[in-house]
Write a protein that binds this ligand. Structure first.
Ligand code: HEC
Ligand code: HEC
Ligand code: HEC
Ligand code: HEC
Ligand code: HEC
Ligand code: HEC
Ligand code: HEC
Length: 370
């Protein structure tokens, strides 16, 4: 009786398993099938192409790539390999078609279409997406420091020190303004506040900041945003600085100007860059609409805590907008003093004259009499 029951279960189960077993072989080619050969780092092309003959794909680096994480397989990109006859044509005797990133990233491709990099094609070279991004090992584009960002992209091919002679303090600007803020002026941007510790003489990372406040990333906002409004007001921000001080941490916030990672960031063109000092160095610059503190987790994901724009006027943030802003305000005050002073002198002078008028009249009378 018992045996019979088991047999029935097995019989039923085979109906469930059978279709699964049948479906697997007809599914798209597994990455592991490709990696049987391609994870071997000595694998090379039979005929040299003169560039790189390696056809090695690092299994680990591919596994942590944004494409693999999102389920994109080898054959999603190298689609034409599916048409090959696996027995005769692998290793592939025919060359495969170039992978078209725009098949999946049409918005970026469209923004890229009219950029100087795409149009560099007039000289016979159109820069492919992979020149900036790579292909097998693309990772999530987390907003890192400006230095890391531009280093990963623009500095691969350009040395900005060769240009920008009109810009004073070049290195300061390149440190705090991402190239695309000026060069892709259509891309939205924001100010990222980073805390520079004057004792250790370095920027504090998120982990340092949350540890200093005895909290974690989830607790960070709740701790500082006392009225739960979703952003830090000027007062809440000042309390934050105070808390750091109580822990013996003294420093100052630097405002970095960063482009939001959106397709329009690709729209870099010749002669369209921003060079207007006043675009940034005024207190009501349109560049200051969004101010955030970025919290980076260990896995690279980012949370941004919105901060009231007024914090830029506090003494805890370097006043990079002083050139046109506060300094002008100071100048205005000096100007006002001069004007007020001038008026006072005039008033004093004329009132003195008015007061002394009778005396002078007397004196004149005496003079004419004598
Ligand atoms: C039996 C081993 C083997 C397997 C399995 C294999 N490849 Fe290859 N592959 C090679 C070799 C060898 C080359 C170099 C061919 C040459 O140019 O001589 C190559 C070349 C390539 C190239 C470069 C072709 C070109 O035109 O430049 C791509 C892309 C590629 N393989 C993708 C894949 C993908 C995707 C899979 C899985 C669907 C796969 N391979 C499975 C051995 C293999
Ligand atoms: C996001 C798309 C994408 C995925 C996913 C992808 N590739 Fe590629 N692969 C490319 C691009 C782009 C090239 C550069 C040549 C080109 O433009 O076709 C390339 C080139 C290659 C080459 C030639 C050697 C080289 O490094 O240039 C091999 C071999 C290869 N891929 C194998 C694989 C294997 C194996 C997998 C899966 C483990 C895989 N690819 C997954 C986009 C992809
Ligand atoms: C078969 C579809 C497909 C192809 C082809 C493809 N991608 Fe992707 N790509 C994706 C998916 C899906 C994601 C993850 C979802 C997302 O965040 O957009 C992604 C993410 C990315 C990201 C990270 C975006 C971020 O939010 O941080 C970059 C960069 C990227 N791809 C570049 C490329 C490049 C360069 C190529 C060509 C070599 C390419 N992709 C080809 C599907 C594709
Ligand atoms: C000149 C260098 C360059 C080229 C060429 C380039 N990109 Fe980008 N791409 C960038 C930069 C810079 C970012 C923003 C990343 C950052 O600032 O950290 C970006 C961001 C992205 C993102 C994520 C942004 C989003 O829209 O969510 C994707 C996806 C992407 N690029 C795909 C492509 C594709 C597809 C191509 C080709 C059509 C391409 N890129 C060509 C530099 C380039
Ligand atoms: C893969 C190399 C490469 C990368 C990466 C790259 N560029 Fe370029 N860039 C070029 C080439 C090539 C030209 C065209 C030069 C020419 O036509 O004389 C160019 C042209 C330009 C121009 C037009 C100026 C001129 O010389 O006519 C600007 C501005 C520019 N790039 C800015 C950037 C920025 C900003 C980034 C980072 C997002 C970047 N580039 C990333 C290669 C690159
Ligand atoms: C404050 C704004 C600003 C910043 C920041 C900036 N640029 Fe520029 N850049 C300009 C302007 C304005 C020009 C003048 C030419 C133009 O209008 O394209 C220029 C010119 C250039 C040129 C080529 C000039 C030519 O026509 O031959 C390149 C290449 C370039 N920048 C790359 C970069 C890179 C890479 C970075 C980041 C490290 C960067 N720029 C940061 C504003 C800026
Ligand atoms: C895209 C925005 C932007 C533009 C355009 C720009 N700057 Fe700046 N500038 C900044 C930022 C951001 C800093 C550094 C902030 C910091 O030190 O925390 C800075 C720093 C400076 C400094 C150093 C100030 C100090 O206290 O160390 C000077 C001087 C300066 N800029 C002058 C200019 C002049 C002159 C122009 C026009 C030719 C100009 N900037 C254009 C954003 C810009």
């Amino acid at each position: 009786m018992r045996k019979n029951f088991f047999n029935q279960i097995l019989f039923l189960a085979s109906f469930l398993i059978f279709p699964i077993v049948c479906v697997i072989p007809s599914q798209a080619t597994e990455n592991s099938e490709c990696q049987e050969c391609h994870s071997d780092d000595s694998l090379e092309r039979a005929e040299s192409t003169g560039i790189s003959d390696k056809v090695f794909v690092d299994d680990h680096k591919f596994k942590i790539s944004v494409h693999n994480i999102n389920g994109i397989t080898c054959v999603d990109c190298h689609a034409d390999i599916e048409e090959l006859n696996w027995d005769d044509d692998v290793p592939h005797s025919v060359s495969l078609a170039a992978v078209e990133c725009q098949n999946c990233h049409d918005e970026e491709a469209e923004a890229y279409q009219n950029s100087v990099h795409k149009k560099a094609g007039s000289k016979g070279i159109s820069i492919p997406c992979s020149a900036c991004h790579g292909y097998h090992y693309v990772t999530y584009l987390a907003p890192k420091s400006i230095f890391e960002r531009v280093n990963a992209f623009c500095l691969k091919c350009h040395n900005p020190d060769n240009f920008h002679d009109w810009l004073p303090q070049k290195s300061t600007h390149f440190k705090y303004v991402e190239c695309t803020v000026c060069h892709a002026p259509d891309s939205p941007r924001y100010i990222n506040l980073r805390f520079f510790d004057l004792v250790s003489n370095k920027f504090l990372e998120t982990s340092d900041l949350v540890a200093a406040l005895d909290t974690d990333i989830e607790g960070f906002a709740a701790l500082l945003d006392t009225d739960s409004s979703g952003d830090l007001s000027k007062n809440e921000f000042e309390n934050f600085v105070l808390r750091l001080r109580q822990k013996g941490i003294r420093g100052t916030f630097h405002g970095e100007l960063i482009s939001q990672i959106e397709p329009v960031i690709h729209h870099v063109n010749r002669g369209e860059a921003n060079r207007d000092c006043k675009a940034c160095h005024t207190p009501n610059s349109p560049y200051f609409e969004r101010v955030v503190i970025s919290l980076t987790s260990d896995d690279g994901s980012i949370e941004q805590l919105q901060v009231e724009r007024k914090v830029l006027e506090t003494f805890h943030v370097t006043h990079f907008y002083v050139l046109g802003g506060t300094s002008v305000r100071i100048l205005d005050k000096i100007g006002l003093l001069l004007i007020v002073g001038g008026i006072c002198v005039v008033i004093a002078h004329s009132s003195a004259r008015m007061l002394t008028a009778p005396i002078r009249r007397e004196r004149k009378k005496k003079e004419s009499q004598s």
